[in-house]
Design a protein around this ligand. Structure first.
Ligand SMILES: [Zn+2]
Length: 709
């Protein structure tokens, strides 16, 4: 059976409102299909979006820039809620999308779905394509008068179409109307990204097709006429590739899974591979799928009582001495694909150990913790009772709240919590983003925090969600004045970006799915604020005292829009419940590739003993007039500590700072006739340039004497 769903607009929307009359009065029961649906809306501002969320509207992860400084979001609502949205000032309803019916959903579950054959799997994977040239990671380009900074100008080809994505900061702010022209004459549109009343930068609502052979874009400010031309840079260096010869993949080929099926599989994997794998039982039991408030349509064999959440630990050496990686999924119950990413990755690792050199060396070098389903009770409810269930199933706070019963586990953490005044969660229930009465009130969140506390060797983490196609890191929350959590250093942000190139290139290799550059970055720079999310808790080590990374924590969203050459549009790929055989399987495969990517990043970190090197754009042989702006190039993402007074640089010396969000390095301005500039670079691992010892003064820092005539 096929249930490929499409967004309905226009006439279909009129039909949807006619349905309101018949569906709305019916009481929900175990036998009724859920009456909620996905609704695509456009709003004037993120303030309104936040207001709607505070009023109880369930907003999915699929939020993005709309035309002319608007925002578009996919929300979950029932027919009555849809009517309210239609009459709300500042909300435009763009279309609706029904979830699968109960029968359609059941047909996609393991045990009901037809397993894919090897031939089917091969047919779903496209033939290898030519890889992009690697990007040069150019620094931002600034107009001569400083009004405009081209933060990013990225290009890539997907589905046979070359795309462009631009981000430009104007010192004239949100009201500056930018005109953008490619060197082919094509004109492009940008609009201001304004969030919480703060102007961030101008961007496009979506990547757009490039015509001809464009190599650069010229941006002109409507405010003061200043102009800047920036070359287009390649985004992601990969193309579609085959797996290595003999590599085994395609394990999660028979449908979406509940936690009984998940547990059975990881127990078997551990039993079959005792030398390299073991099951770790997390200490805090869930309240249970059968807690009051449930409709309970799961098979009778599915347990109603509390569950022990299980992790699979993989590594040749599991004594805490190896670099640890935590890969976890399905905090949000309705995000069905995400546990398949986990189970596929686990099986690829164990099936290819000893035959595939990369897999074998990663199992040698790393200590990998995989939690396929953080939220088993919610998952059971989302599979068997209500497709839209997001939270856990704890009835303690708002019994009788239906789908919204429970706590949003990705808002229940300590750092940047709503209870401390951060934005993007609800302090009251019922709400789809209810943060709980206090941080770590829930067993499921306690389990994640426990795992990291017990295993301080964990330095990398990946939290996987669906859908929207974002790839993000900290800071993930800000307060009502839009002050974010402490920003990572410039070098840390560069490290996140450089690692993202590895991870996202791996995703792309499966079937050419390209995560957009505009959706890659700190959560608060590309999307919104998510108070108390787990990624921030891991990154800041449970306490946002400073910006030192404790765990390099990413957040993935599977389920990206795909470019449709026929209609020349980005099309949706099945929301939370893509049809398993032609889309859900593919999403699991490509993001399992991405999980391999983060393991490669972690392995490179574990084995990194190479000191960074750096080079300033000035030297003592040069002759300079007027003030001199110093910038450094480094061999890898590295922090520059420097002095300009002739003293030896130490850990207390100033460091090169970032020029605003998504910006490059802020130059150091020299104005004196003669400056003794001394510095050293340090990478994320702590390797120091030239073996210099800033503490004890051993070794020599880098040094240039700059004379200005
Ligand atoms: Zn989610």
């Amino acid at each position: 059976m096929t249930h490929r769903r499409r967004w309905c607009a226009g006439i279909a929307l009129a039909l949807a409102s006619a349905l309101t009359i018949t569906l709305a009065p019916q009481p929900a029961s175990a036998e009724d299909p859920p009456v909620e649906q996905l609704v695509r809306i456009r709003v004037d501002s993120t303030d309104l979006l936040r207001e709607l969320e505070q009023g109880g509207l369930d907003i999915t992860h699929d939020v993005g820039q709309g035309p002319g400084a608007t925002f578009e979001a996919t929300v979950v609502t029932d027919p009555a809620g849809l009517e309210r949205l239609r009459t709300e000032d500042g909300v435009e309803v763009l279309g609706t999308l029904d979830g699968p019916t109960r029968e359609e959903a059941r047909a996609q579950l393991k045990g009901n779905a037809e397993p894919l054959t090897g031939r089917q799997k091969d047919a779903l994977k496209p033939a290898p394509s030519r890889a992009n040239k690697p990007g040069r990671g150019r620094p931002p380009v600034v107009s001569p008068d400083g009004t405009l900074t081209v933060l990013r100008a990225d290009t890539w080809t997907t589905g046979g179409q070359r795309m462009v994505s631009l981000e430009v900061r104007s010192e004239a702010g949100r009201d500056d109307r930018l005109s953008v022209t490619a060197d082919t004459g094509q004109s492009l549109t940008m609009s201001a990204f304004v969030d919480q009343g703060t102007y961030l930068y101008h961007r496009q609502s979506q990547p757009v097709p490039l015509t001809g052979d464009a190599g650069s874009v010229t941006v002109r400010s409507g405010a003061d006429g200043s102009e800047v031309t920036a070359p287009l840079d390649s985004w992601l260096s990969s193309g579609v590739t085959d797996f290595p010869d003999g590599f085994r993949w395609g394990f999660t080929d028979d449908g979406y899974v509940d936690s009984e099926q998940t547990d059975a599989l990881i127990e078997k994997l551990a039993a079959d591979n005792p030398d390299v794998a073991e099951v770790v039982e997390l200490p805090n039991e869930t309240v249970g799928y059968g807690a009051p408030g449930g409709a309970l349509a799961a098979p009778a064999s599915y347990p109603r009582e509390g569950k022990t959440v299980k992790a699979l630990r993989i590594g040749r050496v599991r004594d805490g001495s190896k670099t640890g990686v935590l890969l976890y999924a399905q905090e949000h119950a309705r995000e069905w694909v995400t546990s398949l990413v986990a189970l596929e990755t686990a099986q690829r690792l164990l099936a290819n150990d000893g035959t595939d050199p990369l897999t074998t060396s990663m199992i040698d070098d790393l200590d990998i913790f995989i939690v396929p389903q953080v939220n088993p009770d919610g998952v059971a409810y989302a599979l068997y009772d209500d497709l839209y269930q997001r939270s856990n199933r704890n009835p303690a706070y708002c019994p009788g709240a239906g789908t919204n019963l429970g706590v949003d586990l990705n808002r229940n953490f300590r750092v940047g919590s709503v209870h401390e005044g951060f934005v993007g969660a609800s302090a009251r229930c019922p709400s789809s983003t209810y943060a709980g009465p206090e941080p770590l009130s829930e067993s499921e969140s306690k389990n994640t925090a426990w795992l990291v506390e017990q295993h301080p060797n964990i330095k990398f983490a990946m939290n996987t969600h669906s859908f929207g196609g974002y790839f993000m890191w900290s800071p993930g929350a800000y307060d009502a004045q839009r002050n974010p959590l402490p920003r990572p250093s410039l070098a840390t942000e560069q490290y996140f970006f450089a690692s993202s190139e590895t991870i996202l290139s791996r995703v792309r290799e499966y079937r050419d799915t390209v995560v957009w550059p505009g959706r890659t970055g700190p959560i608060s720079d590309v999307l919104y604020s998510a108070a108390g999310n787990s990624g921030d808790d891991l990154f800041y080590g449970g306490d946002a005292e400073d910006n030192t990374p404790h765990v390099y924590a990413w957040n993935f969203e599977v389920g990206l829009p795909r470019w449709d050459a026929a209609s020349q549009r980005w099309v949706d790929t099945g929301a939370f419940w893509p049809e398993f055989a032609d889309e859900g399987f593919g999403q699991a495969m490509e993001f399992a590739n991405g999980w391999y990517g983060i393991l490669e990043v972690a392995q490179a970190y574990a084995n990194d003993t190479t000191d960074p090197t750096s080079k300033a754009n000035v030297d003592g042989r040069g002759s300079y007039s007027g003030p001199v702006d110093v910038l450094w190039e480094t061999s890898e993402p590295a922090t520059i500590y420097y002095t300009t007074d002739g003293s030896r640089p130490t850990w207390d010396s100033p460091t090169v700072q970032q020029d605003g969000i998504r910006g490059g390095a802020l130059p150091i301005r020299l104005t004196k006739d003669r400056t003794v500039l001394q510095w050293f670079a340090v990478d994320q691992k702590g390797n120091v340039e030239g073996n210099y010892d800033p503490d004890r003064g051993r070794g020599a820092p880098q040094r240039e004497v700059i004379k200005i005539r």
